[in-house]
Design a protein around this ligand. Structure first.
Ligand SMILES: Cc1cc2nc3c(=O)[nH]c(=O)nc-3n(C[C@H](O)[C@H](O)[C@H](O)COP(=O)(O)O)c2cc1C
Length: 184
């Protein structure tokens, strides 16, 4: 039996996920993309994985040894999810900045983040299964509500909780600002 791919997508959309922005080293900066397929993989050693489309621009940067970061978006960062998925229609990008994080950078103001070095890139059909060895950790301050994606819409766990990140103070001494706009 051939599986109907539209039905497969519709069914998988009923699996709620968090929303992350995966960044990989690219030249002097980063290339970043919205990713929902992120999960932890191993505690000892500390490994995570995410899956990225083979045809995505991020896939061109997915090679063993590359620095990576995964920023877990907060409920108030929905615009960044749209932006890093290539769907932002605004005249300028939604405000954001990458702050130094180990060998790379993470999105400021996210719920949490991990970073390190890619340790494996595996076949996953039309996607790549990318494994990262974690050496950097960051945790957002409470109240810390995640952005959730379910049934093709964004959700938040507790809409009554204030959403602004308490750790979004001006950051002094940023060594480098990373930002790459997508060529649309
Ligand atoms: C909530 C959400 C989750 C996503 N998760 C993934 C994912 O896990 N893997 C993936 O390859 N694309 C995922 N995408 C789609 C990519 O973000 C989007 O296709 C990508 O930015 C396109 O990159 P490209 O212009 O280089 O092709 C997701 C998009 C959204 C909005």
């Amino acid at each position: 039996m051939t599986l109907d791919s539209a039905e497969f997508r519709r069914t998988m959309a009923l699996m709620p996920t968090g929303v992350t922005v995966v960044a990989l080293a690219h030249g002097d900066g980063v290339r970043a993309m919205t990713v929902g397929s992120f999960t932890s993989l191993s505690l000892e050693p500390a490994l995570v994985l995410f899956c990225i489309g083979r045809k995505s621009r991020l896939a061109q940067c997915a090679e063993v040894g590359r620095p990576f970061s995964v920023s877990f978006l907060r409920a108030d960062q929905q615009a960044l999810s749209t932006y890093f998925a290539g769907g932002w229609k605004g005249p300028t990008p939604p405000p954001h900045r990458f702050v130094p994080f180990g060998a790379l950078a993470r999105l400021e103001g996210s719920a949490g983040a991990v970073g390190g070095t890619l340790s494996a890139v595996l076949d996953g059909g039309d996607h790549l299964i990318v494994v990262g060895a974690v050496s950097e950790l960051a945790q957002g301050l409470p109240p810390n509500q995640p952005l959730v994606f379910f049934d093709r819409h964004y959700h938040q766990l507790d809409p009554s909780t204030p959403q602004s990140a308490p750790d979004l103070d001006p950051v002094d001494g940023i060594a480098r600002l990373f930002h790459e706009t997508w060529e649309q």
